[in-house]
Design a protein around this ligand. Structure first.
Ligand SMILES: [Zn+2]
Length: 143
């Protein structure tokens, strides 16, 4: 077992080195890789177990996502001590997934090229979505 683990670690290291040699442009994901929502219902609450992984993938201000979720579900949401998202109300996994997906479509994907390599910039006090892939700067409502 140990031998297998070591082998695997070596393999990982090798991949890392390979990866480091790649030109910057090849590293960028063409498609947005979003972890699937892991949620379950507990009593009258919905708990999203892997919320921190989702946040990491989205790489945006968590308050913004939080506000969006609270608004869309018309309920209150909180983050518990284990960094899990707790929604007041029962939502199945599909509903939570759709919610996150719509956030990504609205605030992450570039409206021009649909790639996820965007960041929020401010122009004259207005928040805009700047795409690192195609260079487009788009105004997005509610950003
Ligand atoms: Zn773009």
């Amino acid at each position: 077992m140990l031998a297998v683990t070591n082998y695997f670690m070596e393999y990982e290291k090798m991949l890392e080195r390979l990866y480091a040699c790649l030109p910057e442009s090849t590293k960028k994901h063409e498609r947005f890789e979003m972890p699937q929502v892991e949620s379950f219902i507990q009593g009258h609450k919905t708990i999203v177990r892997n919320f921190s992984a989702i946040l990491k993938a989205i790489n945006r201000d968590k308050k913004h996502l939080f506000k969006f979720i609270a608004k869309e579900t018309a309920t209150s949401a909180a983050i518990d001590d284990n960094n899990r998202l707790v929604l007041n109300g029962k939502f199945n996994r599909e509903q939570v997934n759709k919610l996150i997906e719509s956030y990504i479509n609205q605030f992450i994907l570039c409206p021009e090229c649909k790639r996820p390599d965007t960041k929020v910039v401010e122009k004259h006090g207005v928040k805009m979505l700047k795409c690192e892939a195609c260079g487009a700067i788009s105004s997005v409502k509610g950003l």
